[in-house]
Design a protein around this ligand. Sequence first.
Ligand code: CA
Length: 469
Amino acid sequence: MKHALPLLTTLLLTSLAVLSAADATKQKPNIIVILADDMGYADIGVHGCKDIPTPNIDRLAKGGARFTDAYANGSFCTPTRAALMSCRYQHRYGIEDLGGPLPAQAHTLPQRLKATGYVTGYVTGMVGKWHLGSTEGFTPVDRGFDEFFGFVGGGHQYIIQPGGKGEYNAPILRNREPVNEQRYLTDAFGEEAAAFVERQRESKNPFFLYLAFNAVHTPLQAIEKYRARFPGITDPKRQTYAAMLSAMDDAIGLVLTKLEETGKLNQTLIVFTNDNGGPTTRNAVNGSHNTPLRGSKCETFEGGIRVPMLMQWPGVIEPGTTYSKPSISFDISAAALAAAGADATAIDGVDLLPFVKGEKSGAPHDILFWRSRTMSNNYGARQGDWKYVHSTEGDAAPGPKQKPAQDMLFNLATDISEQRDLAAEQPAKLAELKKLYEAWSDEVDSDCRKLGLEPKFPKPAPDKKRTSK
Ligand code: CA
């Protein structure tokens, strides 16, 4: 009998510890970030798209929040992905161009999520396109992901050709090992993402899944199963694009169905966004539409950077919410860190959840900035309804047909299509935004140097004598 009390105490303490761990786990949602590649702003049902049904993407909007004024941190691939993974302006790590790598100094989103504890730490998986470094030390499994299925470069063939050469034919990897992949690539990514969720069925830990499609980036390749859905689209480019987008929507549907099957849907925060605006006139033109926005991928007009952003978390975010203050890619990372109770120090992102839930008024950011000095020397800022734009426009590459970049000022409240340049009418407002931009630009470059990294500057102009014919 004399051992009964200590035994009881031990049992009680053990039960409490188990309960407390279970409670802690219960409080942390699973997190899925779904990224599309080069999708047009207008090309989902909830943004008014009529010719390409996207029922699964729309379902996320209907079940949660839609951000009307959401932006990508960059106007093309790598910069936005670097901001998402580092939770900061990518310029602080010298990322301004394609390919990265994201330097080791960046403490990544999956690393932060994993560090939240033994029982409550996240199992992290990535499926899809990385584009933040291809060499050892910089691949997904080196940068915080327990599991990876996909490719490390900037794009890939969807219908894989054996023996193909070049970046777009690089091996599909499982962790670090090449696999013999035969599936249509978007189908493979959907199935692998669903399989990752299935593997977490009995796990006590929450999970983080980063599902980064290369759809609907070129090459324009579709299989008949999807193309057959669009007999009414006569433009062949738009028809293939529609088929590719429909495949991606199906793949997202597979993941949603798996979440339901495993009973995890109600404990999962799901975000859908895109890495940059649709390339309508330049850089891998794919038949996408950005209507009513001006411009294309690689530009600082709204068409290059304003993107769909949808966020669903049953029981937390009211279904059918619309949120219209400006938000940006790294806010998704901040929301994920906050939801997980993870380390959110030294980040630029702001947790959007209190704003969406109406607990916080005002705007998440006073001002947002963009800068791409290496692709075409575009930059700009948005403060309230004011937008400062210094952007080139409308050609596949810098050249004689491209309109030169100049300083422009728009008021998005009355001119979402950026048609009326107010620079001459409102020189003081233009000067104010320009000054803020320049101070930010100097600050991120200074931060970059403090980390022992070098900011990227424009490439020297090509030598006319050598390039002209
Ligand atoms: Ca892209």
